[in-house]
Structure formats: structure tokens, C-alpha cells
Design a binder for this molecule. Structure first.
Ligand code: GLY
Length: 414
């Protein structure tokens, strides 16, 4: 698999744009940018970079997969607001604002619908503790000027008649919408390929490094790819890519989420008209209704390493909590149970941009917000790849905030 004969020379212009020349294997190629990982973040980065005139490749054994295939696709900047995450809120809101145009652009480029639905969200409380929690969230949202309306239990049920009679109040957030992440991933893959991105359907065996600089990767099938810049966008796996020096590996951890899919049978009255969510005994539960009858029910949040087992306990707790919220769900067919891994960074915000290794960039660490942050991440990464600089609004998310500041000069693995 090694390609000892490969050589890469890289030059960086004043603008930060990079050109690479290399003699790579016949099956490989030479690119301005190699994106490691073909989930929604990797694909949007590749697509946007190709649109800006760069020669781009993506390496992934199953492009269009990743954590987004598991995700529900809530665009929940306001209802998932957390204390201490106000800076992230600005990025989340910026991306949420871009979604309608972004979805339309992806569809125009590919002919594929991505399931964007401007349906709004209702966050409800089932008992006195949940109600106190929601009241507190509402006060926090209001203090930040976010649109969120307190409703009585009766008004919640007027909006969503399938809610349990015991619902004691809720927050109506008309700006928190949804997209179908599976459709989005499929469409982004098509968009990227149509824009000229070369998709290599193989895993990365190792990133290659020469003279203190990332120079591309060797794939599991032996293909050698030379690239001026290499972007790690492999979700929670980004922190364990072979060949990347320790000091440049991103500090991402896997955060397991178990999720269920139910189906509202054709002809059945619509179950819910918008996303409904709650915190039940401290755990988040949400129900995301799609126009095609799919009802996504999520999600656990578990810090338990690389395990993606669907457990009886996880399924039980999700169904129990969702049943308390919307008792009628128990009559629906359960069509899928699945677990995925969110990429969590130390502050649960994305890691974007340069690492300690020249030529190696990150687009990972999006944790609970990968689907939401897809439009803005594509924009940020393309800007960085073309100009060499992160846009100002993205600087709080610079990957360098957690990595060594001195450049890596050793550990060459050509
Ligand atoms: N943003 C929803 C989740 O991560 O479960």
C-alpha cells in the first residue's frame, strides 16, 4: 500500500491558495484539496470548494453516509439553546437563516429534493420540573431576543391534538425547522460530483506527510492521492486517522445517539404538524414528522466510546418518554432502530480550519449541530481554502483553539 516513489511539491501563494504537483499512482490523482470523509460536512466542503474553482477529491468508503444518516435533521438553533453556548448560537442562527436558499440551491443543482420543511417546533413540559426548565429556557431565549412564545397546555394541544392531556405548557418556536439528512447527503453527493469533485470510494489508510506538511493520503485500496490541502471531515473518526502526527489530531470524541423511525400509514390522519420535543426526567426526546409519513424519534446522548449497539434500554427509554408525550405513537409500525456517533469537541462547538500540521485542515466537531451547520460550514471552508483565512464570524471556531501552536516538523510519512 505504501507508495515510496510518490513525491509532492507544494507552494502557497500570497493569497493562501495552494497548488500541488505530484507524480501519484496511476489510479490516484493530484488535487488542490482532498476531503477525508463524505458525510454532509465533507461533501458540502468539497462542493463549495469545487464551485470556487478548486480541484477537489473526497475519500470515503460510503460517501453520503456518516452521522447524518442517523440524525433526525432538526434545525433547532433556538430550542436546543444551551447556557454558555451563545457564541455557537450565532453560528447556528447564521446557518439556519441560510437553509431555505441552501436547500433550493442543492435542489436546483441536482433535481433532488432535500426534505427542507419550514414547520416550526413545539417544546412541551409534562410535569412541574419540565415546566420550570422550559420557563427558564424561555427567559434565556427572550433575554437574547430570540423568537419564542410561551403557550398553556391547552394551547399546545390545540396546535398538536395528539399531545398527551397532561402537557402543562410549552414553547412555540416557529423558526426551528427540519431537513431530511439522508436526502440532503444523497443530494450533496450528486451536487459535488456534478461540480467536478472526484469521489474515491475507499477508506483512508493514512494521511501522508512530507517536509512538515500534509501531502494527501493513501487509501485502503492502495490509491495514492496528492493534495495541496487535506481536510479531515470524518466526524468522530477524525481524531484517529493514521499518519496524522499526534499534535495535529483533533480532540473529537464519539457521542452515541440511538434513534428510532416509525411510519404513519398512508391515509392515516397526520400525527404531528411540526417537530415536538420535551425534556423528560432530564433526557431529551423529540419527534420529527416528515411529509412522507416517516416519524423520527430521538435521541439518546451517551458518552460510551465507539459502541454503536442499539440497546433494549435505549429503545425502551425513547419509546417510554415519547409515549408520555404522544400516547398514540404505540400504534405505529416501528421501521428502524439505529445508533450513530456525534463528533464532540471539548466545548461541543465545531473545529474549523488549520491544525499544527501545515496543509492539514479540520471540519469536524459539530456535535449535535452537524446537519444544522452544513450550509455555513461549506461557506467557511471554501472561503478558507480559497483565501487562506477563516471569515471573521468563524474565528471563534478555529481548530487551533485546542491544538499545539507550533508547526509540526517531524514524523514524516510519505
Ligand atoms: N440535534 C439533535 C441530536 O443531536 O440529537
Amino acid at each position: 500500500m505504501g507508495c515510496p516513489g510518490d513525491s509532492v511539491s507544494v507552494s502557497m501563494s500570497m493569497s493562501g491558495a495552494v497548488s500541488a504537483s505530484a507524480s501519484a499512482s496511476a489510479r490516484g490523482g493530484t488535487y488542490d484539496v482532498l476531503v477525508v470523509g463524505g458525510g454532509v460536512i465533507g461533501l458540502v466542503t468539497a462542493w463549495r470548494a469545487a464551485q470556487r474553482g478548486l480541484r477537489v477529491a473526497v475519500a470515503d468508503p460510503e460517501p453520503g453516509g456518516g452521522a447524518a444518516r442517523v440524525a433526525a435533521g432538526m434545525l433547532a438553533a433556538v430550542t436546543e439553546l444551551q447556557y454558555g453556548e451563545q457564541t455557537l448560537l450565532d453560528l447556528n442562527l447564521a446557518s439556519a437563516r441560510r437553509y431555505p436558499d441552501f436547500a433550493a440551491e442543492v435542489t436546483a443543482a441536482t433535481g433532488l429534493d432535500v426534505g427542507f420543511r419550514a414547520c416550526g417546533t413545539l417544546a412541551v413540559a409534562l410535569d412541574a420540573d419540565d415546566r420550570a426548565h422550559l420557563r427558564d429556557l424561555h427567559a434565556f431565549q427572550t433575554s437574547l431576543g430570540l423568537p419564542s412564545e410561551w403557550l398553556s397546555g391547552r394551547d399546545c394541544r390545540r396546535l398538536e391534538p395528539m399531545l398527551a392531556p397532561g402537557v402543562r405548557g410549552g414553547l412555540r418556536v416557529d423558526g426551528d425547522h427540519q431537513v431530511d439528512p439522508r436526502r440532503l447527503a444523497t443530494a450533496l453527493l450528486r451536487a459535488a460530483e456534478l461540480a467536478g469533485v472526484r469521489v474515491h470510494r475507499s477508506a483512508v489508510a493514512r494521511v501522508t506527510v512530507a517536509h512538515g506538511r500534509a501531502t494527501g493520503a493513501v487509501l485502503a485500496d492502495g490509491t495514492a492521492l496528492a493534495a495541496g490541502r487535506t481536510v479531515l471531515a470524518a466526524g468522530s473518526s477524525s481524531g484517529r486517522i493514521e499518519g496524522v502526527p499526534e499534535s495535529a489530531l483533533p480532540p473529537v470524541r464519539p457521542v452515541k445517539g440511538q434513534i428510532l423511525r416509525l411510519r404513519v400509514p398512508p391515509g392515516h390522519a397526520p400525527f404531528l404538524s411540526r417537530t415536538v420535543r420535551a425534556v423528560v426526567r432530564g433526557s431529551h426526546v423529540y419527534l420529527v414528522p416528515r411529509e412522507n409519513g416517516e416519524l423520527v424519534l430521538g435521541a439518546t446522548s451517551e458518552e460510551c466510546g465507539w459502541d454503536t449497539t442499539v440497546t433494549a434500554g435505549g429503545v425502551y427509554e425513547l419509546l417510554r418518554d415519547a409515549h408520555e408525550l404522544v400516547p398514540g405513537i404505540t400504534e405505529l409500525p416501528l421501521t428502524e432502530t439505529l445508533a450513530g456517533l456525534r463528533p464532540g469537541s471539548p466545548d461541543n462547538a465545531p473545529l474549523l480550519g488549520r491544525t499544527a500540521l501545515d496543509g492539514l485542515l479540520l471540519a469536524t466537531g459539530h456535535h449535535r449541530n452537524g446537519v444544522l451547520l452544513t450550509p455555513v460550514t461549506g461557506e467557511i471552508m471554501a472561503e478558507l481554502l480559497v483565501t487562506g483565512e477563516l471569515p471573521g464570524y468563524a474565528r471563534p471556531f478555529a481548530a487551533s483553539r485546542f491544538t499545539a501552536s507550533s508547526p509540526v516538523r517531524e514524523e514524516q510519512t510519505v
